[in-house]
Design a protein around this ligand. Structure first.
Ligand code: AMP
Length: 398
């Protein structure tokens, strides 16, 4: 188990916090949505309250390794003033003389925000020299940028290795402990619900969750790859032909191991991919050649809802259909509502399923909304996570 921020003695120490301040900006450089800054406040406040000097670093946008005013962290540093009474300084560089000098002069309870990490190509290259300079400013490293843990970048991986006195911040800690508990030690029945369009991106997730869950409910375009792998005709529906073999293996393994992968029994279809297209329902064995499946059908919705009702742990990633088109949104809407009604541990991750939950104003009824995108998928897949692997473990006291 990885250490938490609360496991470390921070008094008088200089803490380097890797935050995720990759906030959306408008054309004039104004912050459009400050959720990422606001949600980082508990970690920042804890560090400052415990008598540390705080240096915050983050990336913002994709400046491709060179200075670009548009992606400066300065507006973020300014924005922090709204929330904190502490003194906040800004360094016009990351590991240059301004940062070094201001870091050295920092006093307990003060904050220094560094310029955008990605103004240096060394950040994404996981450069040792760059990481050494960054680490030289601090005694302790705290990683709270969950969305980047699958990346082997200098501020995420190398710096953590160079500063073994490290731990997870509150945001990252909540993501890791909630999702890890659900996957490794779930209350059963454990139901995974997977949808969306990009099967290839999620094959690893389906494989891992099919092993760990009691039921995997599949919807979205992904379902058609699995249905085709089982020999069904799926008309013009999106199929990832390169993933057919793997889909077949996943289904066979699940059957061998007594796990249930449930596929749609009916679908809502149309002849064209259009927001105005009229929906036509077909049983799965009757999809005509000129129709494409754009949502799960009503019988599938009630089948899935019955399974969701009995679940004690639920993980949901990916919409059940083209929920952006109102005629094909019922699958996603009804599944979101059913998950919100469940009193067990419910986790929603992935951009589109999170958007659906937010649009339906169901956030408060979900135990955990994961913010990680690619990082969430990597965690669900059970693969390597450089940002997490680099952090120190809690010492074994046994
Ligand atoms: P992903 O990023 O893989 O989670 O995919 C999300 C996208 O999948 C959304 O934009 C949906 O419109 C799309 N999608 C879901 N179901 C289908 C489907 N049956 N046919 C085409 N696109 C779909």
């Amino acid at each position: 188990m990885k250490r938490m921020l609360t496991d470390l003695d921070l008094k008088g120490k200089t803490v380097l916090l890797r935050a995720d301040f990759n906030v959306p900006l408008d054309d004039n450089g104004n912050i459009v949505d400050d959720t990422r800054i606001y949600e980082e406040l508990p970690t920042i406040r804890y560090i400052l309250k415990n008598g540390a000097k705080l240096i915050i670093c983050s990336h913002l946008g994709r400046p491709k390794g060179e200075f670009n005013q548009k992606y400066s962290m300065f507006p973020v540093a300014q924005h922090l003033i709204r929330y904190l009474l502490n003194k906040i300084y800004f360094a016009v560089d990351v590991v240059g003389p301004d940062a070094m000098q201001k870091a050295k002069a920092l006093k307990e309870g003060e904050v220094l925000v560094l310029e955008n990490l990605r103004f240096h190509k060394e950040e994404e290259a996981d450069d040792l020299y760059f990481a050494k300079k960054l680490a030289s400013m601090a005694d302790i490293y705290i990683d709270d940028a969950f969305g980047t843990i699958h990346r082997k970048h200098a501020s995420i991986y190398r710096v953590a290795k160079l500063l073994p006195n490290n731990a997870m911040g509150f945001l990252m800690g909540k993501e890791i402990t909630t999702i890890t508990k659900a996957i490794q030690n779930p209350e059963r029945p454990f139901v995974s619900i997977l949808g969306g369009a990009k099967v290839a991106d999620k094959i690893g997730v389906v494989t891992n969750l099919a092993e760990k869950s009691d039921y995997v409910l599949i919807g979205g375009a992904m379902a058609f790859t699995f249905l085709k792998a089982k020999g069904y005709k799926v008309g013009k529906s999106i199929v990832d032909d390169n993933s057919l073999e793997i889909a077949k293996n996943i289904l066979e393994n699940a059957e061998k191991n007594g796990k249930q992968i449930i596929l749609p029994i009916d679908v809502s279809t149309s002849e064209t991919y259009s927001p105005k297209a009229k929906a036509k329902i077909f049983n799965i064995e009757d999809i005509p050649d000129n129709y494409m499946g754009l949502d799960i059908g009503p019988k599938t919705i009630s089948l899935y809802k019955n399974i969701i009702k009995k679940a004690k742990t639920i993980i949901w990633n990916g919409p059940m259909g083209v929920f952006e088109f109102s005629n094909f949104s019922s699958g996603t809407v009804e599944i979101a509502q059913a998950i919100a009604k469940n009193k067990g541990l419910t986790i929603v991750g992935g951009g589109d399923s999170v958007s659906a939950v937010k649009a339906l104003k169901l956030e408060d009824k979900i135990s955990h909304i994961s913010t990680g995108g690619g990082a969430t998928l990597a965690l669900l897949e059970g693969g390597e996570l450089p940002g997490l692997d680099a952090l120190s473990d809690v010492p074994d006291t046994k």
